[in-house]
Design a protein around this ligand. Structure first.
Ligand SMILES: NC(=O)c1ccc[n+]([C@@H]2O[C@H](COP(=O)([O-])OP(=O)(O)OC[C@H]3O[C@@H](n4cnc5c(N)ncnc54)[C@H](O)[C@@H]3O)[C@@H](O)[C@H]2O)c1
Length: 265
């Protein structure tokens, strides 16, 4: 699995707290495989942190601040990537947010924002990056959904689940539109992954006082493999789909979930 001389553009490349998020682990994993990494995040410190980890591992990274829902900011980021590295070969759409709650707790404005970040960003990124990929004869797009986009996961997470379901179908549509023009598009579907974000955002769905240790042991217990996944295990799946080793794979999903999606209860 190699990505030599490829430029990878990662939206949501940082981590929302200290530790290894999926985006940050992907930056380092893809860099170790030979890629140059354009690390884009709404939080400039998170983008810089991801880029610094790439440099520490001996790679090349360009950190950029942009909100993936902002067409102008994304156009600037894509233009910088092109001028620094001559093009974009791989686009990883990893930025994602959620709002815990069901119908009563979710306002239309909540759904709007989650939709913008989780879905509208895919349209913006695709509109900007696909023409650059086509100039070079093709590329690979990897989007990041969630098992919450497939199933009810035990607590109401309405806006997140609906938009993560849409990520899968958006990606299939992309794959079919561009299959004859050298661009592949696939989705990674992570299960319960132990990233810094879940400690802050998901813990309150598992215990009244939002105790992170209670949440962690309950999540571990739910999984047939008896543990949450790591950001690195998701990054490996992203790297595979991004690489030419997946050259005949498009319009499909790779679930990385320790077996939980196939479980009855
Ligand atoms: N952690 C899990 O258990 C899990 C499970 C399934 C799916 N996922 C998905 O994986 C992805 C990464 O999750 P994570 O847990 O590593 O999250 P994280 O919050 O640590 O990382 C996401 C990064 O995206 C950035 N970001 C958020 N909104 C942005 C925007 N509008 N523009 C640019 N950057 C933005 C954040 O600043 C952060 O650095 C998300 O799409 C998430 O929905 C996570």
């Amino acid at each position: 699995m190699r990505l030599d001389n490829k430029t990878v553009f990662i939206g949501g490349a940082g981590s929302s707290a200290t530790g290894w998020s999926i985006g940050k682990a992907s930056c380092v994993t893809l860099s170790r495989l030979g890629a140059r990494v354009v690390a884009v995040d709404i939080n400039p410190e998170a983008a810089e942190d991801a880029a610094e980890e790439v440099r520490k591992a001996g790679g090349i990274a360009l950190p950029l601040q942009a909100d993936v829902t902002d067409m102008e900011a994304m156009a600037d980021a894509v233009a910088r990537a092109k001028s620094e590295f001559g093009g974009i070969d791989v686009y990883i759409a990893n930025a994602g947010i959620g709002k815990i709650g069901g119908v009563a707790e979710t306002e239309p404005s909540d759904l709007d924002r989650v939709h913008q970040v989780n879905i509208q960003s895919l349209l913006i990124g695709s509109k900007l990056i696909i023409p650059i990929m086509l100039e070079k004869g093709g590329g690979s797009i990897v989007t990041v959904s969630s098992i919450a986009g497939l199933r009810y996961i035990g607590y109401p997470h309405l806006a997140y689940s609906v938009t993560k379901a849409a990520v899968i179908q958006f990606t299939r549509m992309l794959a079919h539109e561009y299959a004859g023009r050298g661009i592949r598009a696939n989705t990674v579907i992570p299960g319960l992954i132990d990233t810094p974000r879940i400690q802050a955002n998901v813990a309150k769905a598992f215990s009244v006082d939002g105790d992170a240790d209670v949440m962690r042991s309950k999540r571990n217990e739910q999984v047939p493999m008896k543990r949450m996944g790591t950001a690195w295990e998701v990054a490996n799946a992203i790297a595979f789909l991004a690489s030419d080793d997946a050259s005949y794979i498009t319009g499909t999903e790779l679930t990385v979930d320790g077996g939980i999606t196939g479980k009855f209860s």
